[in-house]
Design a protein around this ligand. Structure first.
Ligand code: ZN
Length: 340
């Protein structure tokens, strides 16, 4: 025989049910029609009210564009609100994942939330507010909010999100990073130092690439000072003409190499200009983002970046922005909403 619950407990349980549970109860009269030990239970007026009487979530605008790192605020009315938690949830691979939880006061309440890097691995993300059910109120959700994320370009060369293009020079002119180190991989040539964070990530990337492909990665160019870049460009311009040279080489003050965040790599035994199409290059294309690197000048993006494809030129941007770019964010210019 089924144990019979005391009336007070049964009344509480009825109010907690979710919308899905309501459907299940209607379809299964044996659980819905629990019989009290001493005759029928007095009707509970609250149980017959629509669920919406207990909880409402409003004020969540449906579509917004947000720059990563900036907060947005929305007013949310929840009744009864006091003591309840509102969860900010993101749709990840088809499931709602709670990102933050906010305690509420009574009545109207405003949520101030920011879109942080690790929550924006895709250019478009979907969010909602969710209030879990309690003994006194049903669960509720807001409408889905579609957020188009963008990033803000860094201007400080010490910032891994710094944007350096043909139109945006490094400032101050002649800048040199404060600290540079040799990364832990094979190197060629005279300029093979990087900033410590970029060097550490590149060492890990190279070790994992070698495990996966059996081929060694070689760093052929890291930090390069402004004076060296000037001589390099002049040499290319003398050989190929200035216009042609500017499609594959930066002018002094406009090279990412001067920031200490860029690394030209190749596969051991292969000239770096032939790096594209090698097993190492294919691996780098697929996995560099996990280490905070991106292939900065992808093939087919010359109209955006100003450069022909350079499979060898890797740029450290940090793992959050690299993940965003890899998952459909495009080039740095596109993530920042700018053109080269
Ligand atoms: Zn380069």
């Amino acid at each position: 025989m089924r144990p019979v619950l005391p009336p007070s407990f049964r009344r509480r349980a009825r109010r907690v049910v979710t919308a899905a549970a309501v459907a299940a109860v209607v379809a299964c009269p044996t659980t819905a029609g629990a019989v009290a030990p001493h005759g029928p239970v007095a009707p509970d007026p609250a149980a017959h009210e629509p669920l919406a009487r207990y909880t409402a979530v409003v004020g969540w605008a449906p579509t917004e564009e947000r720059t990563v790192g900036t907060p947005w605020t929305d007013g949310v009315a929840i009744s009864p609100g006091l003591g309840r938690d509102v969860e900010l949830q993101q749709l990840v691979d088809g499931a709602w994942m709670t990102r933050r939880s906010f305690p509420t006061g009574a009545g109207t309440w405003a949520a101030a939330v920011g879109l942080t890097g690790h929550w924006t691995q895709a250019p478009v993300t979907r969010w909602r507010l969710f209030v879990a059910g309690t003994a006194d109120a049903a669960p509720a959700t807001s409408g889905v909010k579609v957020v188009h994320a963008s990033w803000e370009a860094g201007t400080d060369p010490a910032d891994p999100t710094v944007l350096v293009t043909k139109d945006r020079a490094i400032s101050p002119q002649g800048y040199r990073p404060g600290r540079l180190v040799e990364p832990d991989l094979a190197t060629q040539g005279a300029w093979t130092e990087l900033r410590p964070a970029a060097a550490k990530a590149l060492g890990e990337l190279a070790a994992d690439a070698q495990d996966a492909t059996g081929e060694r990665l070689v760093l052929v160019s890291g930090f390069r000072p402004a004076g060296y870049q000037e001589r390099l460009f002049d040499r290319y311009a003398a050989r190929h003409g200035e216009r042609a040279a500017s499609r594959f080489s930066a002018r002094s003050g406009h090279s990412e190499h001067q920031t200490g965040w860029a690394a030209d790599v190749t596969q051991a035994g292969v000239p770096f200009t032939d790096f594209g199409g090698t097993p190492s290059s294919d691996w780098v294309d697929r996995h560099a983002w996990r280490y905070g690197y991106v292939v900065r000048y992808p093939r087919g993006a010359e109209d955006v970046t100003g450069y022909r494809g350079e499979p060898w030129h890797l740029r450290y941007v940090g793992t959050h922005l690299a993940a965003y770019l890899h998952h459909g964010g495009g080039t740095l210019e596109e993530a920042f909403g700018l053109s080269g």
